[in-house]
Each structure stands twice: as structure tokens, then as C-alpha cells.
Design a protein around this ligand. Structure first.
Ligand code: FAD
Ligand code: NAD
Length: 477
């Protein structure tokens, strides 16, 4: 059958897991003619995560920041296979990836094995819950499109339920209390977007919720946005105060029920008390945890015995203890923060590495041919062949000079609501820290230019215009 796996026996098979920042930037820059390329991912699109918080309130429609993987692959020179499936296990000794179709519609075949010569693991991370009871059952995460859609629905459900006839004042307060746990950039950006939604649209459309709608950001550490400079942390905290977003620092959530969270609050004198905080909507943004498939691979490799946060890689992003497995992005531990910026640069580096490796293989094959010819050639021919051999060897040396991966930090950017953003940007050899409306315009133009395609850019631009002129859509669907 046409769609059966039919690798070219003369080429090595390169299997890429995931369609996120790392894998897609690899695919974008990879010369696919050199390998049998197979992509396995349960998500048949690339997601521009930096604008995902804007999808929770309808400022941006989620489809505007999605790019179908099929569209990315159809522009490649050589055909790339894509299987919409989750990798359930990597057997690194047998060099096999096990894939399972976990989507709603399944055929007779739901599971398969894919052999590989080279493997890139770019499966990202899952949401950390630290085993805190009730989180998975009651909280919303903010990582995928489905999460943003769920939050958008729940915000409106809380509002409509709070305005239901005869609802008690106490229950109204609970339903309209939007609690965000985790003061990293995900939590901060979401809290800012949510307050914008309330200030710009919700309170006009549903005026009776005006006094009771509150957003609270809960953070275990003494401050939010730990990766930003002190000045921008203070700016964010004072800006949230002005926007009436409450920040509860030194407050660590320990338990979650369907109606309240229980948090350990540290008082100024150092004593600790447990407080119950009722909520209507709970968004959980406490960072990353290792995916089971990655944990399983780590357990198969003795050199990974001490690894905790993901696959430890060397400076060429090769998974320590293996020769033919590379890891990129949030599932790799390479001493960089788990960001899109890092994942994208790692993906681009790997593409260059694989393109170079293919060229090296081709030249080495030519060298073998030339050496064989040289053995049977007459003295005149031999001289010519020798020159060719020297030229190939020079080429080989040049190509093999590819240096290790080095990350170039462009800066950190985050939207904090009320048309303000904070930025720690690298500028020549210095650093610029800025916050405010100009930074917000910079944030907007930077993210617009970073969108995956022109189509995405246009859609995002029109979503912004639409929200500005007509307000966000409050229908719950
Ligand atoms: P991902 O992009 O998460 O992709 C992982 C891929 O693997 C997905 O396609 C997934 O479907 C697939 N996958 C999962 N399990 C399997 C499996 N078992 N088998 C096969 N495939 C699998 N970073 C920034 O630098 N700037 C920002 O502004 C920014 N904003 C963010 C906002 C939000 C709301 C979030 C959640 C993150 C943000 N980040 C930002 C972080 C950034 O998104 C991540 O660091 C980045 O996505 C990591 O890329 P990745 O390729 O490792 O993983
Ligand atoms: P994070 O790891 O950056 O922050 C999580 C926060 O949750 C921490 O500050 C932690 O102290 C807190 N926390 C953990 N457990 C808690 C508990 N029980 N109670 C209260 N607080 C608790 O997570 P994130 O914001 O999801 O970001 C993940 C990664 O994605 C980071 O590397 C981040 O830089 C990146 N990211 C970047 C941007 C941006 O650049 N604009 C936006 C989103 C995410």
C-alpha cells in the first residue's frame, strides 16, 4: 500500500519525536534528501506558545497560532513521513520507537514499531504538579490549545454561574475568584490577560460582577518572575497592584479541592499558617516535569542514572551514554532554561549537524571509490586521482569543523497586562531592562515577527484589531 513505511535502503532513517519548537526548527532547516525522515507526534501542528495565554480570553483565536505540520512538510525537498501518534517507548538498544495512535478515531492498526538509525527526542515536558493532591482533578493547565480552550470556557461558566438567580453573596465571591498558581512567566502573563479581559470587556458586558471579580496570583517564593532582573520584578509587582491583581508570595499550595486551595503562608515573622483560599477558576502554572517516555529512556541508559530533570546531553546534544540519540528542548538538560528560544536554537543546530554528517558520509564514500580506482590506475591517471583525493580530504576537514552548540540569549520578554510588558534584552554586549507601554509595543512586534508563517502573522494581527474594536467574544462554546 502507498502509505506503508518504505525507507530508501541507501539512506539512514532519522526519526524525530514531537512537533514543538525543537523538532520543528530542526525540520525547517534539515535537508531531508539525505535521510529517510519520519516524524512522530500526537499533535499534527506546531504551536506558537508565547501567544497561548492570549487565547484563554479570546484576544487571539487559537487557530491563528497553529501551523499544520503537513504544511511545513509539504515544502520539504524530499518526502517526510508523518505519523500522528504518541511514542510510548524508545528501545535504544534495539533502535526501535514504539508508537500508538491515541486520537479519538482509530483504525484496525493502532500501534506500530519504527526502527531508526538516528533519533531526535523533542517531546517537551509535562506539567509539574509535585504530587499535590487534587491538582490534576480540579485545576486547568496552560500548555496546549485544549488547555486554553478549557480555561476560556470556564471563565465564562464562572461568570454565568455567579449571576444565576438567588446565588448567595459568598458563592458569588468564590465563583468570581480566579486563582493562578505559579508566578513564573506563564502565571504572570495569564493573570495579566485575564485582568485585561475583565477590565476591557467583561465588566461592561456583565456589570453586576464588577465588585466581585478578582484575580490572585499565588507564588511559593518571595517574588514573581525569578528569571527577570530585580528592577523588572518590582515593576511587575507594582503594576499588578495598580491593575488590582493580588500577588500572594511566600504562599505554597499544598492541597487542592474542588472549591478551595489550601496553602502554607509564611508570615513576616517567619511563622507559617495554613489558609484556605476559595476559587471559581484555578489555573496551575508551576513549571515542567519529565514525560514518562523520557523517564523510561533515562532508566535504560546507565549514564543517565543521576539525571533528574530530563535527558542529559553533551555539547553536540547527543544523549549521554548513547551514540545515535539526540535530545532538544524541554526534555533535554543542557544547562539552559526550558524556553522556546533555547529549543529553536538547538533544533537549528541539529539540522546543521545532520546536514554536515550527510555531506561527510557522501565524501567518505567518494574517497573510498577514488582509493579503489587509484589502485588499478596508470601513473598519469593516478596523479589526477591523487589531486581529487586531496581536494576531498580538504573539503572533509572544512565540513568537520562544526563547533559544539552554543546558545545565544536574545533576552526575556513577558506581557504583564494593561498594555505593559517587561523585557530584559541583550543589546550588543550589554543588557537592557525595560518595562511599560513602549516595551508592550516591542513585545507585540517581536512576537508578530516571530510567528511561524505569514498566514499566522496576518491572523494574529487581525485578531488584535478585532479585539480592540469589537471586544472579546464572551460566548461560552
Ligand atoms: P514543545 O514545544 O512542548 O513540543 C513538544 C512536542 O512533543 C509536541 O508536539 C507534543 O505534542 C509532542 N509530544 C509529546 N509527547 C510525545 C510523545 N510521547 N511522543 C511524540 N511526541 C510527543 N518560551 C519562550 O522562550 N518565550 C515565551 O514567550 C514562551 N512563552 C510560553 C508560554 C506558555 C503558555 C508556555 C506553556 C510556554 C512558553 N514558553 C516560552 C516555553 C516554550 O513553549 C517551551 O520551552 C518550548 O515549547 C519547548 O519546546 P520543545 O520542542 O521542547 O517542546
Ligand atoms: P516556572 O518554572 O518558570 O515557574 C513556576 C513557579 O511556580 C515558580 O516560581 C515556583 O516557585 C512556583 N511554584 C511551584 N510550586 C508551587 C506551589 N505549590 N505553590 C505556589 N507556587 C509554586 O514555570 P512557567 O511559568 O510555566 O514557565 C516554564 C518555562 O517556560 C520557563 O522556563 C519559562 O521561562 C518559560 N516561559 C517563558 C515565557 C516568556 O519568556 N514570556 C512565558 C512562559 C513560559
Amino acid at each position: 500500500p502507498k502509505e506503508q513505511f518504505d525507507p530508501d535502503p541507501n539512506k539512514k532513517t532519522l526519526v524525530i519525536l514531537g512537533t514543538g519548537w525543537g523538532s520543528v526548527s530542526l525540520l525547517k532547516n534539515l535537508d531531508t534528501e539525505n535521510y529517510n525522515v519520519v516524524v512522530v507526534s500526537p499533535r499534527n501542528y506546531f504551536l506558537f506558545t508565547p501567544l497561548l495565554p492570549s487565547c484563554t480570553t479570546g484576544t487571539i483565536e487559537h487557530r491563528s497560532i497553529m501551523e499544520p505540520i503537513r504544511n511545513i512538510l509539504r515544502h520539504k525537498k524530499a518526502k517526510v513521513k508523518y505519523y500522528e501518534a504518541e511514542c510510548t517507548k524508545i528501545d535504544y538498544q534495539k533502535k526501535i520507537v514504539y508508537a500508538k495512535d491515541d486520537s479519538e478515531i482509530k483504525g484496525d492498526t493502532m500501534e506500530t514499531e519504527i526502527p531508526f538509525d538516528l533519533l531526535v527526542v523533542g517531546v517537551g515536558a509535562e506539567n509539574a504538579t509535585f504530587g499535590i493532591p487534587g491538582v490534576r482533578e480540579h485545576a486547568c493547565f496552560l500548555k496546549e490549545v485544549g488547555d486554553a480552550q478549557k480555561i476560556r470556557k470556564q471563565i465564562m461558566d464562572c461568570v454565568e454561574t455567579a449571576t444565576f438567580k438567588d446565588q448567595s453573596p459568598e458563592e458569588i465571591k468564590r465563583l468570581l475568584h480566579m486563582v493562578v498558581v505559579g508566578g513564573g512567566p506563564t502565571g504572570v502573563e495569564f493573570a495579566g490577560e485575564l485582568q485585561d479581559f475583565f477590565m476591557e470587556d467583561l465588566q461592561k458586558w456583565v456589570p453586576q460582577i464588577k465588585d466581585d471579580f478578582h484575580v490572585t496570583l499565588v507564588e511559593a517564593l518571595p517574588n514573581v518572575l525569578p528569571m527577570f532582573s530585580k528592577q523588572l520584578i518590582e515593576y511587575t509587582e507594582s503594576s499588578f497592584k495598580e491593575e488590582h491583581i493580588q500577588i500572594r508570595t511566600k504562599t505554597m499550595v499544598k492541597n487542592v479541592t474542588d472549591k478551595y486551595i489550601e496553602a502554607e503562608v509564611q508570615n513576616p515573622d517567619g511563622s507559617k499558617v495554613v489558609e484556605k483560599i476559595p476559587y471559581g477558576l484555578l489555573v496551575w502554572a508551576t513549571g515542567n516535569a519529565v514525560r514518562p517516555v523520557v523517564k523510561d529512556l533515562m532508566s535504560q541508559i546507565p549514564a543517565q542514572a543521576k539525571a533528574r530533570r530530563g535527558l542529559e546531553v553533551n555539547e553536540y546534544l547527543v544523549v549521554n551514554g548513547t551514540e545515535n540519540i539526540w535530545a532538544v528542548g524541554d526534555c533535554a538538560v543542557a544547562n539552559y532554561a526550558p524556553t522556546a528560544q533555547v529549543a529553536a536554537q538547538e533544533g537549528t543546530f541539529l539540522a546543521r549537524l545532520f546536514n554536515t554528517m550527510a555531506k561527510t558520509d557522501a565524501i567518505e564514500a567518494e574517497l573510498r571509490d577514488l582509493s579503489a580506482k587509484q589502485a588499478t590506475a596508470n601513473p598519469d591517471q593516478r596523479k589526477v586521482i591523487l589531486e581529487e583525493i586531496n581536494e576531498r580530504q580538504r573539503q572533509l576537514r572544512r565540513i568537520k569543523q562544526i563547533g559544539p552548540f552554543s546558545y545565544s540569549h536574545q533576552g526575556s520578554l513577558a506581557y504583564i497586562g494593561a498594555e505593559k510588558a517587561v523585557a530584559d534584552v541583550s543589546w550588543f554586549s550589554g543588557n537592557i531592562a525595560s518595562g511599560g507601554t513602549m516595551t508592550y509595543l516591542f513585545w507585540k512586534s517581536a512576537y508578530l515577527s516571530m510567528c511561524f508563517s505569514t498566514r499566522n502573522r496576518i491572523l494574529v494581527f487581525f485578531d488584535w484589531v478585532k479585539a480592540k474594536f469589537f471586544g472579546r467574544d464572551v460566548s461560552r462554546e
